[in-house]
Write a protein that binds this ligand. Sequence first.
Ligand SMILES: [Zn+2]
Length: 136
Amino acid sequence: MTPLPVAAKSDRPRVDAWPPRKRWWVVGLLKLRCPLCRRGRIFRGAITMNTQCPECRFVFQREPGYFLGSLVIAYVLALAGVTAFAFMAHAVFPALDWEWAFFTGFVLYLPVLPAGFRYARAAWMYFDHWLDPPGP
Ligand SMILES: [Zn+2]
């Protein structure tokens, strides 16, 4: 069995990053900021994550398979988005069958998919940090 990689000393969060900044967590989540310091960006590209916070050096992936839980959030976000777009399509075209309305909703949701991915991962990290806050 391969041992888990141990974070180097520089990978550990900076001591001055604890306790977290007093920014409201909702603002940090909406701006996709680090759940620990709420300053550093989680993503450096459309779907490319930083491995650690550029501000406090907190490692985002706390353990292997850490982001599996974000799939549930991404699923719920996609379900809500497709349903919302389906209702909009049905409102614009009342003669449209519900099957086609949901298919239209699915197609309309596709461009929003990367945003759903980003917010699902960020929401998962915030939820996990609420459940199991990292210590200093
Ligand atoms: Zn940070």
